[in-house]
Ligand binder design. Structure first.
Ligand code: BEZ
Length: 201
């Protein structure tokens, strides 16, 4: 299998962390693909018509895309168990969606600041994205800490990818300031070998 990837993408990182955590990093070759919202760049459109990464090319089956689809597929194929059975599944999926929403808003901020021409940039739009990130982080701090104390699942992996991306692209925003429990969890989780092997760059 081949994974179209960019080392900075938090959505790619989810997939690669899952592979490392499942002891299967050698099952997937990483193929660099660089693009932007304005131009799919080197991401082949016959693999993903949206021109987005990650996309997982399979030997005899159609390419899969969207990190949530790829993660569900790999978890199933590898019997990794990062999606527990229902009813716990619903918590895992909501936490994954919350983490993906954080990453999504932060990636949009990056594009606004680095892809859109300076004269067209909107400070209000940028701050609205950050407000979304703040609200989601507050909800994790107030209602998800017991889940984060449990076994590693895809919600935790997605949250790790999102927090790593905030540290990478928004280091000046001090998300830890009012969220001591989440900061403490991240201090430990970020040291896992799978996280250390996939630092954004
Ligand atoms: C970034 O450079 O921040 C980035 C690159 C690819 C996908 C998402 C974000």
């Amino acid at each position: 299998m081949r994974l179209y990837y960019a080392p900075a993408s938090p959505f790619v990182r989810k997939v690669v962390v899952l592979l490392h955590e499942a002891g299967a990093a050698d099952r997937v070759a990483l193929v660099p693909a660089a693009g932007s919202p304005l131009d799919p760049g080197t991401m082949p459109l016959d693999r993903n018509p949206l021109g987005k990464i990650p996309a997982l090319e399979r030997q005899d089956d159609p390419t899969l895309y969207d990190s949530r689809v790829i993660c569900r597929y790999l978890d199933d194929m590898l019997e990794a168990g990062f999606y527990p059975p229902a009813p716990h599944l619903w918590d895992t999926l909501v936490l994954e969606a919350t983490a993906d929403g954080i990453a999504d808003a932060a990636v949009l901020m990056r594009y606004e600041e680095h892809v859109r021409p300076k004269a067209s940039q909107s400070p209000e739009w940028l701050e609205a994205q950050w407000t979304k990130v703040e609200r989601a982080l507050d909800s994790v701090e107030s209602r998800w800490m017991s889940h984060l104390a449990g076994p590693v699942d895809m919600g935790q992996i997605a949250l790790g990818a999102a927090l790593g991306y905030l540290d990478f692209r928004q280091p000046h925003r001090n998300w830890r300031g009012t969220r001591p429990a989440l900061a403490a969890w991240w201090a430990g989780f970020s040291q896992r070998p799978a996280m250390q092997a996939t630092l954004p760059g």
